[in-house]
Each structure stands twice: as C-alpha cells, then as structure tokens.
Design a protein around this ligand. Structure first.
Ligand code: NAD
Length: 280
C-alpha cells in the first residue's frame, strides 16, 4: 500500500498531504466511509462539529486498530454555535468534540469561519492557543480566513495558524491566498478539492490530460493539488472512488499539464464568501 507524503507544519507537526473529508455524511455513513478510507491507506480524516458525524468518525477510528499516533484527526469549532464566545465556552465546545470522537487529543483544531462581522475570532483564537498549550490539539489553525483576517490574527495573538483550510480547486485556484500562506508559514489545505464533483470533472482540458496519463479526471485534479503543495481532503462515500482518490502516487503531471490546469482558474467559488458569511 502506498502512503501519502507528509507536509511539515510551522510547529514541526507532520500532516499527510492527502486526507479524507467527511462533510455531508451521517454518523453511519461516516463510520463506513472512514473505515474504507483507513483500509485504503488514508491516515488523515477531516471532520467538524457541524458535520454531526464526529461520533461515527470516532467509531471507525477506534475499530480500525490503527495506532493513534499513526492517525491525523482534524475537527473544527462551529463558531456560529454561540453569539458570545468566551475562553470557557470554546473549551466546552472542544471538550464536546473530543468526547464525540472518543479521543483525548486531536491533531488539528480549526476555527471554521472568521465571521468578521462578529469580531470574535481573536477571543476564539486565544482559547485555541490555550488548548494547544495543554497538548490536546497538536496543531491549531483556521478555515476560510482571508489575508486581512490572518494578518490581524498574527498581529494581535501569539501563535501563527499552522493551516488555513480554504475552498480551492483548479477553477478557483486562490493564488494570492496560497502565496500569502506560503510567505507566513501557514500551510494551505484545499476544501472541495474536486469542485464538489460538479462541472469541473467534466472539463475537456482535464479530460484530455486524464486520457494522456490513463487516469481519471479526479485523479488529475488531486495530483494537481499535490504538485502545487496543497494539503487535500477529497470526500466520497463510494468505496471505488475512495480507493481511486488515494491512488495518485504512481504518476506525475508534467509542465505542460500544469500550465493547462493553471489556465482553468475562473474565480469560480462554489461556497460562501468568507468576508460576509455568518450562518447563525
Ligand atoms: P469534494 O471536492 O471533495 O467533492 C466531493 C464529491 O465529488 C463527492 O460527493 C462525489 O460526488 C464527487 N467525487 C468524489 N470522488 C470522485 C471521483 N473519484 N470521481 C468522480 N466524482 C467524485 O467536496 P467536499 O466534500 O465539499 O470537500 C471535501 C472535504 O472538505 C469535505 O468533506 C470536508 O471535510 C471539507 N470541507 C470543509 C469546508 C470548510 O468550510 N472548512 C467546507 C466544505 C468542505
């Protein structure tokens, strides 16, 4: 079984570059899909409190028999869960996630959205810093933060986020935010890396490159992420696709492929705009 390569985060923690996302799965689906993913070789799982499947994810992790130190588990604070965050309420949400997962630490804990209009991400982040110092989150990071939010966080708090998990796929390539992350030692993790399996996978440019390599469009897109240096967490509940998405270590895109994929960026955002999103 091949293994995903690792990226070293800014605090020395190693994260598998290819992981498995479990958004839009029930507990039962997550338990099945995570079990399949772990059998196929994935070791990194990305869940969140709001996915409401931390229990199913945790069940599959426990049943796998894989040593805890070989697993990399990410979950996220649903920061719309409270109107007024305090250090204690963040700690309570974190404890609840750990308990649902059946774990005594996570590898990565993320602030799910910046919600800048609430002006509370600095308070949340200071609580995250304490959680990290307690050893119960090996790394802490953010999700959906734009450069202004990251800059403010870095100016006013102590720990630079290890990761920024953002929407990113070939037709929404996020070049500026990726460059900002690279400049400040913040690793970029791509959510919806396959463009949610929608039109992107039918793009003729991707189809042509897939034909050239004898691979599927999804494998081409995931390989593009790896070669760009992104951490990537594709989702599927279909066992054959879970396997297909992990089988991307036996080929490489060449310069011509990368240039063609690089030309697909259309700023095609599928999810909410982080500067205005406040789902409470
Ligand atoms: P994705 O880009 O991973 O696409 C998943 C969909 O693509 C599947 O449901 C399926 O329809 C299709 N698909 C998967 N493998 C395929 C294959 N080999 N061939 C053809 N079609 C295939 O989208 P996603 O689930 O939105 O994102 C992945 C993960 O990112 C999520 O599960 C979650 O963990 C994370 N995420 C985070 C945020 C955030 O705000 N931080 C938001 C969305 C998603």
């Amino acid at each position: 079984m091949s293994k995903a390569p690792f990226i070293t985060l800014n605090n020395g923690v190693h994260i598998p570059q290819l992981g498995f996302g479990v958004w839009q799965m029930t507990d039962a689906e997550a338990a099945d899909a995570v079990a399949t993913a772990l059998r196929e070789g994935y070791r990194s799982i990305d869940t969140a409190a709001i996915y409401r499947n931390e229990k199913g994810t945790g069940r599959a992790l426990a049943a796998s028999g894989i040593a805890r130190e070989e697993l990399f588990v990410t979950t996220k604070l649903w920061n719309s869960a409270s109107e007024t965050w305090t250090r204690d309420s963040v700690q309570r949400e974190f404890d609840a996630s750990l308990s649902r997962l059946g774990l005594n630490y996570v590898d990565l804990y993320l602030v799910h959205w910046p919600r800048p209009m609430r002006d509370d991400y600095l308070t949340i982040w200071r609580a995250f810093e304490e959680i990290h110092r307690s050893g119960r989150a090996k790394a802490i990071g953010v999700s959906n933060f734009q450069s202004a939010h990251l800059r403010r966080l870095m100016d006013e708090t102590e720990i630079v986020p290890a990761v920024n998990q953002i929407e990113l796929h070939p037709d929404f390539a996020q070049s500026e935010l990726r460059a900002f992350g690279a400049e400040h030692g913040i690793a970029t993790e791509a959510w919806s890396p396959l463009g949610q399996g929608k039109g992107l996978l039918h793009d003729p440019v991707i189809g042509k490159i897939a034909g050239k390599h004898g691979r599927t469009p999804a494998q081409i897109v995931l390989r593009w992420h790896l070669q760009l240096g992104n951490i990537v967490i594709p989702k599927s509940v279909t066992p054959s696709r879970i396997a297909e998405n992990f089988d991307i270590f036996g080929f490489e895109l060449d310069g011509e492929d990368l240039a063609a994929l690089g030309a697909l960026d259309k700023g095609n955002r599928l999810g909410p705009e982080p500067g205005t999103f406040d789902w409470s």
